[in-house]
Ligand binder design. Structure first.
Ligand code: ZN
Length: 374
């Protein structure tokens, strides 16, 4: 359909009055810069949150007054994968399973993180998988297949993201990459760099403007052994991003509820992943106490495993599964902060992406996303 090469350019920022345009933009945003934290619990369907809630400690998400249900299908399948599932939140565009930051035509789409960056906001990605894995990758990279992790790392190293925390050292370190390309040395010139939880804890966040933490060659361990925890990474990310007076966009992924589902693991290990995620949400709520203009959205890309909670004997639950793959059930969404009410009800995942694109921009500006011919 398109004969010439397409470049990923063409962000147009248009000044247009205090509250944006169109009926959906009528909700006034309180004074202050946009601060948006998106949590994605990979695979975290309703049974996952239900499992966590059977622990008798109140969940952070119970403080959220807006709850929605998201239809998670992709452009190619009724049951999405994590690449298409994250790309639609990052861009507002449904794409094919396996796609990273590209539309159904395999052409790049501008992501909310890139939009935030071009609007002068600080940006961050946090995950308990390799930072090059499908969900975080979809917010900054543009490749036709999620398998292209060395290329995703290359694109990530060239992007101007202020905070990157997770696993994946093996994709940046030249001594570990299959092509021996050294991305890490260049990044260490731009970032304060940490490789373990102790270094993250002793970091003087008030002195750090850009933070890179790669805590494993590939993925972080399961929740019970995970150091740093997702909450520690989230708190560090927020402390660094807080320096930017223009505001920020931060995506935090609890990557491994999905893996517990794929492996049909015990309820205990599922619950451990969900509590690790929920404690990270708590860290964002603590941040929000001082910055009430912060919008926090907690969602899943899809459900995994068809998890059901069954009671074999009175008072004892166990996990049962219908599949080792993903399922097509709607997933819960929780929102708090300015504009949170727009995330209520039943939403297609495209709508969640559109609302995020509107939230992560400076007040008084509308982002028009175009792809221009070169
Ligand atoms: Zn999965």
């Amino acid at each position: 359909m398109r004969s010439r090469a397409l470049g990923l350019v063409g962000l147009v920022l248009v000044a247009c009055g205090p509250f944006g345009r169109g009926p959906d933009s009528a909700t006034p945003r309180p004074m202050g810069p946009p601060r948006v934290v998106l949590f994605i619990g990979d695979g975290a369907g309703l049974a996952y949150w239900s499992a966590a809630r059977f622990r008798d400690e109140p969940l952070a998400v119970e403080e959220f007054r807006v709850v929605g249900l998201v239809d998670t299908r992709s452009a190619s399948h009724k049951v999405t994968d994590s690449a298409a599932g994250a790309t639609v939140y990052a861009t507002g565009v449904r794409t094919y399973n396996g796609a990273i930051g590209v539309g159904p035509d395999s052409l790049p789409r501008r992501t909310v993180l890139e939009l935030a960056e071009m609007s002068g906001l600080a940006t961050g990605l946090v995950a308990t998988s390799s930072i090059t894995h499908a969900t975080p990758a979809s917010f900054t990279a543009h490749v036709s297949s999620r398998q292209a992790e060395p290329e995703i790392a290359r694109q990530m190293a060239g992007a101007e993201i202020d905070v990157l925390l997770g696993g994946g050292r093996g994709y940046f370190d030249g001594s570990l990459r299959p092509d021996s390309q050294d991305l890490l040395t260049g990044m260490r010139r731009r970032y304060s760099y940490v490789e373990d939880a102790a270094a993250l804890r002793t970091l003087r966040a008030d002195t750090v403007r850009a933070l890179l933490g790669l805590f494993a060659p590939r993925h972080l361990p399961a929740a019970a052994e995970r150091r740093p925890t997702l909450a520690e990474m989230t708190s560090a990310a927020l402390a660094v991003l807080d320096h930017d007076p223009e505001g920020f966009f931060l995506m935090v992924e609890g990557s491994q509820p999905d893996w517990r589902g794929h492996e049909n693991n015990t309820l205990e290990s599922v619950t451990a992943e969900m509590l690790d995620l929920d404690r990270a949400v708590r860290a964002a709520l603590v941040y929000r106490e001082k910055h009430p203009e912060t919008l926090i959205v907690v969602v899943a890309d899809h459900e995994t495993g068809g998890l059901a909670l069954e009671e074999d004997s009175p008072g004892t639950l166990r996990a049962d599964y219908t599949t080792e793959g993903h399922t097509g059930e709607m997933v819960p969404l929780f929102a708090i902060g300015p504009g949170a009410e727009r995330f209520g009800g039943i939403l297609p995942n495209t709508r969640v992406g559109e609302l995020l694109l509107e939230a992560a921009r400076r007040p008084g500006q509308v982002a028009q996303l175009t792809l221009e011919r070169q």
